[in-house]
Design a protein around this ligand. Structure first.
Ligand SMILES: Nc1ncnc2c1ncn2[C@@H]1O[C@H](COP(=O)(O)OP(=O)(O)OP(=O)(O)O)[C@@H](O)[C@H]1O
Ligand SMILES: [Mg+2]
Length: 308
């Protein structure tokens, strides 16, 4: 499969001296959906802005459809659609006009049929003559997507498309993304939600502190991330984990008042029954049990620690 976007050794140092991207290399295949996960300030928006030509790289190269984003700026920019994180949209303009205008900005001739198709796909056709300021937040977000699709981009960047949107709209957004993929559009989106990446991405990249920590096939990553933890609260604290329980590799928590059992949520069900039996045999009395799933934040912490 051809490479849609190729990022090689990309570094970005802002004028302030802040390094937002550190030697990022990443190839994005044509037609794939890549989700970029990362905490606030990780560099996701900087990465997207650079590929879209809104921010200049300090060093490194980026090509879109084989076109260098500096040398062949126009050719590369035409291939790209961007849905920015910050919604910035003319309040008094009408939906259809603003989308048509966007197409014109890219030097494409007017194409009412295409604009209609885009508006219909985003359920905005009924709102085509409504002024932006009269739309709900979710509708405005869809108008931004329509603008990004107005010039038939081959690569679409969605910077946190579902931050602050309701459940229905979120699912709707996922459907739109899947439909675009089926039309052959390459999609790069950023998100803070791991379930979002899980729902739609083919590959997931994790970025932190300007570094791309990993890019992995979603299924592989989910396996890696799918840790579960059984919290075993004891009636009486213990100084150490009894030797008879060695094989479970428990850790002590809360000054010995709890034991923690970590296991892989995606593997076969762990033998919790045997563990409980052995706990009792070892003379431990349970007060309570609960499980927790590793959160995205914990996963980041783990990844960053692994990196160090
Ligand atoms: N124009 C700018 N000038 C100087 N520093 C900037 C600029 N834009 C972003 N930064 C800094 O670069 C770093 C990366 O910011 P960026 O917006 O790329 O992060 P992000 O991963 O998109 O975060 P978020 O999840 O909050 O959107 C941050 O430390 C930010 O403060
Ligand atoms: Mg951002």
């Amino acid at each position: 499969m051809a490479i849609a976007v190729s990022i090689q050794h990309l570094t970005k140092v802002y004028a302030s001296g802040l390094t937002a991207l550190r030697d990022v290399s990443l190839d994005i295949q044509e037609g794939e959906i890549l989700a970029l996960l990362g905490p606030n300030g990780a560099g996701k928006t900087t990465l997207i802005s650079t590929v879209c030509g809104l921010t200049t790289p300090t060093s490194g190269t980026v090509t879109v459809g084989g076109h260098d984003i500096i040398r062949d700026f126009r050719a590369s920019r035409r291939l790209v659609g961007l849905v920015p994180q910050e919604l910035n949209i003319e309040p008094f303009e009408r939906v259809q006009n603003t989308v048509r205008f966007s197409r014109g900005l890219f030097g494409y001739p007017d194409d009412p049929a295409h604009i209609e198709a885009v508006l219909r796909q985003l359920s905005l056709w009924d709102k085509r003559d409504t002024r932006i300021l009269e739309l709900s937040g979710g509708m405005k977000r869809r108008v931004i997507i329509a603008k990004a699709l107005s010039h038939e981009p081959r690569v679409l960047f969605l910077d946190e498309p579902t931050a602050g949107v309701d459940v229905d709209l979120r699912k709707g957004m996922w459907e739109i993304v899947r439909a675009l993929k089926n039309q052959g559009v390459t999609i790069i989106l950023t998100t803070h939600y791991i379930d979002e990446a899980e729902a739609i991405a083919d590959r997931v990249g994790v970025i932190n502190n300007g570094q791309l920590l990993l890019v992995e096939d979603k299924a592989t990553l989910m396996r890696r991330m799918g840790r579960k933890r059984l919290h075993i609260e004891l009636n009486h604290p213990v100084d150490r984990v009894p030797e008879a329980l060695d094989r479970y590799r428990l850790t002590r928590d809360d000054d010995g008042r709890s034991l923690l059992f970590d296991y892989d949520a995606n593997s076969e069900a762990p033998d919790v029954a045997a563990l409980l039996h052995d706990l009792k045999e070892a003379g431990l009395v349970l007060r309570d049990l609960h499980t927790s799933q590793s959160s995205l934040e914990e996963i980041f912490v783990t990844l960053v620690r692994e990196e160090a």
